[in-house]
Design a protein around this ligand. Sequence first.
Ligand SMILES: Nc1ncnc2c1ncn2[C@@H]1O[C@H](COP(=O)(O)OP(=O)(O)OP(=O)(O)O)[C@@H](O)[C@H]1O
Length: 412
Amino acid sequence: MHLRVNAESAAFYHAAAIEEDKTNTKLHDLLATQKKLIRWEFVLKFCISSADYLGSILSYIAIAFPIFYGHYDDLPPADMSSLISKNAFVSIYLINCFTTLMDQASSVTDVAGTAHRIGQLFEVLATLTEDQKEHRNSLCRPYSESFQEGSNSVREMTTRYAFEMEGVTYGPPKSSIVCCRGLTLQLKPNSNILVTGDSGCGKTSLIRIISGLWRSYQGSVNLGAGRIPQEIMYLPQKPYLTNGSLWDQIVFPSSETEVIPDDYKIYQYLSAVGLDPLVERIGGLDKDMDWNWHDELSPGEMQRLSFVRLFFHHPPFAILDEATSQVSEDMETILYQTCADLHITLLSVGHRNSIRRFHDFVLHISNDGGWTFQPLSNDHDGSRPDGGGGGEGSQSGHREQRDGAKGGRRAV
Ligand SMILES: Nc1ncnc2c1ncn2[C@@H]1O[C@H](COP(=O)(O)OP(=O)(O)OP(=O)(O)O)[C@@H](O)[C@H]1O
């Protein structure tokens, strides 16, 4: 499966020989396990069949013994044959019950295996604390459930924040790695934040903390608008595309019935990101495609399509995790400019200098777990592309050059 999905990449590496070797090793492991299983099944089936045959033989012995030992000699022939037939009926009935029971043995072993796995699952679930269950439930809140709430309050959110974190120390779960220590950050309307840092410093991990996928080691994360999926949208580096038509990709994660169909708006956005030829190629916006969208679109097209999704939903906040890494700088500018025109406040992870002018602040995470938060006004011409200018002097005032904990990355 892994090879089938990544066949092209493997072919570019001319990796046929090594992948064949690895696949054969896995196949041999599988065959060895199957052989073991067949051996055990053979023993089980042999015992069951032997018990079946033994039962039939036993029933004949039980009937024949009294006859040949002369217990029925003094009975008239009619009574004797009736008694023998009664004995035969009872013994055959008992043997039949016994063999049915034995035949269930293989089903019982199957059920026992499944029951054991379910038991293990229950044991793990029982170890979850109430707090963790609440956290899990909040993550499972479906987008559709909050649709009404979100659509009513989208514009009200301009006065609120997407999230705020205070003294947050985080890293991968159940790990000793600390990506960032004591981070204090707030995403407010019209104040875009750019997150920078070396590869592996914890930029995506920060987004995982904000979205609630990971929990912080220390500190508090309060989700304002971020609690409502309608008000914040996450664009990962590798977009998620669902089954169905192009229309389904754009309205995702809503369903068709939850959104107002506005083909004109969608065509406008598709054309802005240069994806209008795609509509012609597939034969219409709502033509159901049975292909895998990930195989049919290039990485850049997928990223542009995910921006069309963002523009269509038009949330007040968006979090972009290297969401333009596969598109050209010109296209990147168009995408960021459209976000600015739509007044979508961004927290973005990105490496290109060209996107700095679309941000008001930069959060830099260093490899030692420290961080700095600075205004970007000195780095560009001082004016936001939407003319807003951020107006967040007070926010940067007390956070400017604020350092996170010093020292190397260490275990907690
Ligand atoms: N699921 C995981 N389990 C354990 N450790 C992880 C997991 N995901 C990431 N890490 C580790 O956490 C650290 C931070 O990873 P993260 O993905 O946040 O880096 P990043 O700054 O986004 O990197 P890049 O710029 O390359 O995308 C890395 O050391 C990484 O190996």
